[in-house]
Design a protein around this ligand. Structure first.
Ligand SMILES: *Cc1c(COP(=O)(O)O)cnc(C)c1O
Length: 430
């Protein structure tokens, strides 16, 4: 890796490079503000900009690039598919690419785990999967409220936003957000309150003013909301509570799924059995848009076409998704590597946090970081990391957590190098 040089002349050149974005593109753009260069190519865990500067990418497309950039096996599957006159856009018509994907998903994911879920292809993004899950739950129960958790993130369309915690993002809706109730996530009161004390009480009390919801939606690790990670026993207690009140349990595994925590589904570790599961980000493996909503077969109560979408059959994404399942999920080797790297990341982060005051490890698997009591610190560290050739983002309501999400294919050496850069950035901002 060549070290980035931040001379005055290269800054001036970078400004000229980005002029059209600043002139023409909406001010809503955000990641590019922290990484104001023009990225040109990428392979594995490394991205290269137009000046030939290399960056270790510990952001991985917000979790859309679990297998790294341009994985050769996935890229070959795609280029071979494109070289023929194969179906690219297919609505929901039957194609060999979709058939192969469903067969691989049964073979490598559902069958070995003894899972029986009906697969629905919603539109191709995470929020499409969440909207679909909410509709399914409302339709199946005839109820309209959804319970979500403090600091939850479920997407930007109005239904998903209604179950998202962040006030800045909620205000962006410009309209009231309906039929959602926010409940305390695991450890919200630092262990001082019994888990689910409030939900249990208000659901049982017909005078509580809180309607029994259609579903509860939960992330096992809050990727955007500050890397809070729910304990397995908390998730099991949540499932028990939902079952007792016949409330459906939705796990939004859009970010924590596809291997990120060392399991294909992040909830496997807790051994729970959600009614509905949302998957997207790394499902296609190569960063192509693809999403799924999994539901228990009895919840599949749609009329044909009742929930629809033009881009539910993006066949190139089925092709790379199938290649990813065959390459990484046919045996336990890959998850073994992910767990080794996760332990290495945790050790490195805990070491860095131990040398600071008011800094604590947060997260699970390769979705982990450091929470700082000084609310300005994480953003300074992310900026100092960028200057040193490492891409990391921040997370949490005040961007107070430095978040590391390397590709799951990161090597031990790359991970060690990234942790060194991070440690240096932490020292430089002390
Ligand atoms: C990213 C994300 C979403 C939304 O996915 P988009 O593809 O951005 O719409 C939903 N839920 C979680 C947990 C996410 O991380």
């Amino acid at each position: 890796m060549s070290a980035p040089t931040m001379s005055a002349t290269s800054d001036a050149a970078a400004e000229a490079d980005t002029a059209v974005f600043e002139r023409r593109e909406s001010v809503v753009r955000s990641y590019c503000r922290n990484w104001p260069t023009v990225f040109e190519s990428a392979r594995g865990a490394v991205q290269t900009d137009v000046h030939g500067r290399e960056y270790l990418d510990f952001f991985a497309g917000a979790g859309a690039l679990n297998y790294g950039h341009n994985h050769p096996v996935l890229k070959r599957a795609l280029t071979e598919y494109l070289a023929e006159d194969s179906i690219i856009h297919g609505m929901d018509t039957y194609t060999p690419a979709k058939r192969d994907f469903l067969l691989a998903f049964e073979r490598h994911i559902l069958n070995p785990r003894g899972m029986d879920y009906t697969v629905q292809f919603p539109g191709p993004t995470g929020t499409n999967s969440v909207e679909t899950a909410l509709k399914i739950a409302r339709k199946a129960t005839g109820r309209s409220d959804i319970v979500s958790f403090t600091n939850a993130f479920h997407g930007m369309t109005l239904g998903s936003l209604a179950v998202t915690g962040n006030s800045m993002k909620r205000e962006g809706a410009g309209t009231p957000l309906y039929h959602s109730t926010s409940a305390p996530y695991d450890d919200y009161f630092d262990g001082s309150t019994e888990d689910f004390h409030w939900l249990e009480r208000v659901w049982a009390d017909s005078g509580s003013g809180v309607e029994l919801p259609a579903a509860v939606i939960v992330e096992t690790v809050q990727g955007e909301g500050g890397l809070n990670s729910a304990r397995a026993e908390w998730l099991r207690a949540l499932q028990d509570l939902c079952r007792r009140f016949e409330v459906l349990l939705i796990v939004d595994d859009v970010q924590a799924g596809c291997g990120r925590t060392g399991w294909f589904f992040s909830f496997e570790e807790a051994n729970i059995d959600p009614d509905i599961v949302c998957l997207s980000k790394s499902l296609s493996g190569l960063g192509l848009p693809l999403a799924l909503t999994l539901m228990k077969p009895e919840l599949d109560q749609w009329e044909p076409g009742e929930h629809n979408g033009t881009f539910r059959g993006f066949n190139p994404a089925f092709v790379t998704a199938t290649a990813a399942l065959n390459e990484f999920w046919s045996d336990d080797r890959f998850v073994g590597d992910v767990r080794d790297r996760s332990a290495q990341l945790r050790r490195g982060l805990e070491e860095i946090a131990a040398a600071e005051t008011g800094a604590t490890y947060r997260g699970r698997g390769l979705l982990a970081g450091i929470h700082f009591e000084d609310l300005e610190r994480a953003e300074k560290i992310a900026a100092a990391s960028y200057e040193r050739g490492l891409l990391v983002e921040t997370s949490g309501p005040d961007s107070e957590v430095v978040k590391l999400m390397p590709p799951l294919t990161v090597t031990a050496d790359e991970l060690a190098r990234g942790l060194e850069i991070l440690a240096d950035a932490v020292r430089a901002t002390a």
